[in-house]
Structure formats: structure tokens, C-alpha cells
Design a protein around this ligand. Structure first.
Ligand code: NIG
Length: 390
């Protein structure tokens, strides 16, 4: 099938488009051509097409937009996980173990891990993926991660400011991150990120990192308020960051700041469970009018999963989101967190003229994503109009 062949997706049990104000509908069909959706409408008025693909009454929805992952790593931290499940608290110290393993890995090893995880995510319906550097923490290792990441992810964020590595003091490291390291990764990254947390970078240091990234033309992201209260959320809002991620400890002032801001609050339920943290207060955020996204935070330390379906199911079953809210947060919400939810190259929604990135569930409705937890429901994925082999 060439890219110009028209495909009509028919017998859709329920179509979720995430177009503004459009409800889930049972009577729709969708015409795909050249990587884009050419038409969406009433199935009884569907245009002619070169091929018809019946989805047999199943649900169709946009591909997941996973807006927070750390796939550029080597090594295994299952022993740390096991100790945590036996009562050891998470304190981010394991990041340095991953840094040691990542620096020691060959390019081929690093590439094969990110390739495997990106393929695993795609097979489960993730059609747009962000990943971060942050396990290299020296100029060459961060450059290498950014370069390899850009071959396998749609968006790469520079997280040189993850923690201060052992061999250098904090002031010198900040000079490196905001100077030569930033310059080295620049060709491959579109955001700068910082871990603003006790034991990582304080608010003033995070501010410095973010301003250097902005001056270099990058968008801003923040890891904030994960392990306790702090100034990460306030800083993200103050600087107009695209997203502040984790948001486990949200004060009333944080809530007010986010409610009046364009900054998305990205919650990471798989991480909360794997670190035995209280779940991020996603319901409270939504009730205050905050834009919420859901992501996997796939990484070897705190959340070793690529399953957006798990994030959606947990958000519904444990965080009090409705099905509609959770699916929106994992598609259009993720797109907004990456500033990719509008314009010609928007992702996370299905509209005529837009990208044909969608998935088919082996279920009649998106409700089954939480109604059947743990069951992998995605049975077919189209990315840029091409059906992905399984
Ligand atoms: O988002 N919070 C900081 N960084 C990562 C994981 C760090 C780790 O490897 O432990 C996170 O959870």
C-alpha cells in the first residue's frame, strides 16, 4: 500500500476524536491518506476508498502521547525495587547507579534499549513519545544520549540537571549544564528539564538552569514536588513551563498558581505506585481547573513500564478520574504538555487534515481500558497513516 492509497476505517464501535467539544460517537468512519486523516463523518455518507478496513465494532481513539519518559539508560535496578517493596524508602540515590551503568554502556547497548522500549510502547498504542537525557551527566554522555534519543523519540528533553554527579561540585556542575553541556545537546533537544527537589536542585539553581535553556531557544519542563513540598510547581508556573511533572505534594498556593496558568500538571501514577508515594492529587487538580496530563515516566528506577493503559486505568480506579478525563489526559493532555496539541502537526486528537495516529482496542468502548485492568487491549496501531506491523 502506498502512502497515497486511501483507507476507509469502518465499523467503528466507538470513535473518540478528542476534537474540542466532540463526544464519543458510534456512527463514524474515517478516511486516511498520505499520513493524514482526510475525512471523518457519518459512516452512511463515507466516501469511496481504495481499501476498507473493518474494525469490527471496536473502539478507535488517538494514539497515546507519552510526554514523560527516561529511556536513555543502561543497567537494572530491580534489586532496589525489591528492597523498596520490603520497606526501603525511595530517595533518588539510585539515579547515580544508572549513571554509572549508562556511562559504561556502548552506543549499541544504549540504542538497543531505547529502540526496544519505544517499540514496546508503540505496540501498546503510544504513537508520540518524549524521552529525556539525564543518566549521562557529563558532556559526551549527555550528547550521546540526546543524539540516540532523537533517532527513536519524537521529542527529546535535556535533563543534565537530574542530579549532581559524584565527581564534580555543584557550582561547577551548574556551569557545565548551562554552558558546554547545553551547547553539546542543542541540535537534538527541544526542551530543557530540571529535577527541582531536595537532594537534586533547589529553586534558585533550577531557575538558573531553566533560564539558560530558554536563552538557547528551548521550551521548559520541571520535575517538581515529587518527594515533598517545594518550589518546583511555583517556579514552573512563574517561568511559563510547558509542564510540571509528578506534582505529588501540592499546596493550596500551588493549586491556585496552576489553576491560573498554561502550565500542564503531568501526573505519573505508575511512578507513585512503584515508589509507594501517595498518588498525585489529580482529582483535586482537575476540580481546580488545572490541565492534567498522564504519562508513564518509564525509567529503570521509579517506573519501569511503557504502558499508558496502566496509567489510564490507575488514574480512573485510584485517582478518581472519569474515563473521559483519563483518556483525554493520556492523549490531548500529553500533547498539550509537549506543546503539540494545536497546529498542522498536532498530535493527540483525530481531526480532518490532522495526523493519522490512532489505535484500535479489542473492546467496544474506551471504558474497557479501566473496566478490564491489566488486559492489553490495543490490537492495532496506525502511525502517520501506516498500520504498524505486530
Ligand atoms: O522522574 N525524579 C527524577 N527522575 C526520575 C527517575 C529517577 C530514577 O532513576 O530513580 C523520575 O522519577
Amino acid at each position: 500500500m502506498t502512502n497515497e492509497t486511501t483507507q476507509l476505517i469502518t465499523d467503528i464501535g466507538e470513535l473518540t476524536t478528542q476534537a474540542d467539544g466532540e463526544p464519543r460517537r458510534a456512527d463514524r468512519a474515517m478516511l486516511v491518506q498520505g499520513g493524514r486523516i482526510r475525512w471523518i463523518g457519518d459512516a452512511t455518507h463515507a466516501p469511496a476508498a481504495d481499501t476498507r478496513v473493518s474494525v469490527g465494532g471496536r473502539a478507535v481513539l488517538p494514539g497515546w502521547v507519552d510526554s514523560h519518559t527516561h529511556l536513555l539508560f543502561a543497567g537494572d535496578r530491580s534489586a532496589e525495587f525489591e528492597a523498596r517493596m520490603a520497606g526501603q524508602p525511595y530517595a533518588a540515590g539510585g539515579i547515580r547507579d544508572t549513571v554509572t551503568a549508562t556511562r559504561a554502556a556502548t552506543d549499541a547497548e544504549l540504542e538497543s534499549t531505547v529502540q526496544r522500549l519505544a517499540a514496546e510502547a508503540l505496540a501498546q498504542g503510544t504513537t508520540f513519545l518524549e524521552t529525556k537525557t539525564g543518566y549521562g551527566l557529563d558532556v559526551d554522555s549527555e550528547r550521546r544520549a540526546a543524539q540516540i534519543g532523537a533517532r527513536h523519540a519524537d521529542v527529546v528533553s535535556f535533563l543534565g540537571a537530574h542530579v549532581v554527579p559524584d565527581e564534580i561540585d555543584t557550582r561547577d556542575y551548574l556551569d557545565l549544564v548551562t554552558g558546554p553541556m547545553l551547547a553539546a545537546v542543542l541540535p537534538w533537544v527541544s526542551f530543557i528539564d530540571v529535577f527541582c527537589e531536595r537532594g537534586a536542585f533547589d529553586v534558585e539553581q533550577s531557575h538558573e538552569v531553566l533560564l539558560a535553556g530558554r536563552a538557547a531557544g528551548l521550551g521548559l519542563r520541571v520535575h517538581g514536588n515529587q518527594l515533598g513540598p517545594g518550589g518546583g510547581i511555583a517556579l514552573a508556573v512563574e517561568l511559563g513551563a510547558a509542564s510540571v511533572d509528578h506534582c505529588n505534594a501540592v499546596s493550596p498556593a500551588d493549586l491556585d498558581a496552576l489553576a491560573g496558568a498554561t502550565t500542564v500538571a503531568t501526573v505519573l501514577p505508575a511512578c507513585d505506585l512503584s515508589t509507594r508515594q501517595p498518588l498525585a492529587p489529580a482529582r483535586r487538580l482537575l476540580d481546580a481547573g488545572v490541565t492534567v496530563a498522564l504519562a508513564t515516566n518509564c525509567n529503570p528506577g521509579t517506573s519501569y513500564t511503557t504502558s499508558m493503559q496502566f496509567a489510564v486505568a490507575t488514574a480512573v480506579l485510584q485517582m478518581g478520574l472519569t474515563i473521559e478525563e483519563a483518556v483525554w489526559a493520556a492523549t490531548r493532555g500529553g500533547a498539550r504538555a509537549l506543546q503539540r496539541d494545536t497546529g498542522a502537526d498536532a498530535v493527540g486528537s483525530l481531526v480532518a487534515g490532522g495526523r493519522a495516529d490512532f489505535q484500535v482496542l479489542d473492546a467496544p468502548s474506551v471504558a474497557h481500558l479501566a473496566y478490564r485492568p491489566g488486559v492489553p487491549l490495543t490490537i492495532a496501531v496506525w502511525q502517520r497513516g501506516q498500520r504498524m506491523p505486530r
